[in-house]
Design a binder for this molecule. Structure first.
Ligand code: FMN
Length: 218
């Protein structure tokens, strides 16, 4: 099994609750599936560029216009997206680790999504066939931390909606969410307990994935 881990958090693990969730998840996965193939993308090391007009033309003109010959600049503009799409398309499971910032995903994660969710790379699109995935990602594990407390379907939450909608668009609807909310110690006396519960949930999801994989291998 191949797992792609994309992390959008500039903090070291000891200061980051979402990275601690990732440590709990991957610690369990490696314990139970020592042969798992892990690819890590730390977005603060592999920074995605912002979307450009050249990339728009390179990605969309082959679909929208006949006989467009891409310029050298247009060709070069798709390099980051292509490299990330290769990693994406090799994965069976995608793990996304991030904090909630301003009620949604960090901008660097959104920039990565704008690159990788690219026609011709991770999906095809046509009037005849609609959206056709080019990847084989079957599920996403979303590991997130927030300062505030959020009830289910909280209307302030644009983060889980963003992830569900964007990846649902390319055919990935199986999304497991581990959300350590209430991590602001100024307002939540129980932030440590909340973190502990989320750490356990992250390890349990890893166990479920390993169990499914073992059953599939039988
Ligand atoms: C720039 C910034 C924006 C934030 N915006 C929100 C927010 O909209 N909602 C919220 O609940 N917490 C917000 N927080 C708090 C973080 O989500 C919280 O500290 C969380 O623990 C961060 O995850 P981490 O510990 O993995 O870094 C924000 C923090 C920062 C630095």
């Amino acid at each position: 099994m191949n797992i792609l881990h994309v992390c959008a958090n500039p903090k070291p693990t000891e200061e980051s609750v979402s990275k601690q969730l990732a440590a709990a998840f991957f610690g369990k996965i490696i314990e139970l599936m020592p042969n798992v193939e892990l690819v890590n993308v730390d977005l603060y090391d592999e920074k995605p560029p912002y979307y450009t007009y050249d990339l728009y033309k390179r990605a969309w003109y082959p679909i929208l216009k006949e006989n467009h010959k891409p310029t050298k600049a247009e060709e070069a503009s798709i390099n980051y997206a292509s490299q990330q799409a290769d990693k994406f398309n090799s994965a069976d499971v995608l793990v996304l680790t991030m904090p909630m910032w301003n009620f949604t995903v960090p901008a660097i994660m959104k920039a990565w999504m704008d690159q990788v969710l690219c026609p011709g790379l991770t999906f095809n699109i046509s009037p005849e066939e609609g959206i056709k995935p080019l990847h084989k990602v079957r599920s996403i594990v979303l590991l997130v931390a927030s300062g505030g407390v959020y009830k289910e379907e909280d209307e302030r939450d644009a983060l889980t909606r963003q992830v569900r909608a964007a990846f649902g668009f390319i055919g990935i609807s199986d999304i497991e969410i581990v959300w350590a909310d209430g991590q602001n110690p100024l307002f939540n006396m129980d932030h440590e307990q909340r973190k502990e519960i989320a750490l356990e949930a992250a390890a349990e999801i890893a166990e479920d994935i390993a169990e499914l994989e073992a059953v599939a291998a039988e």
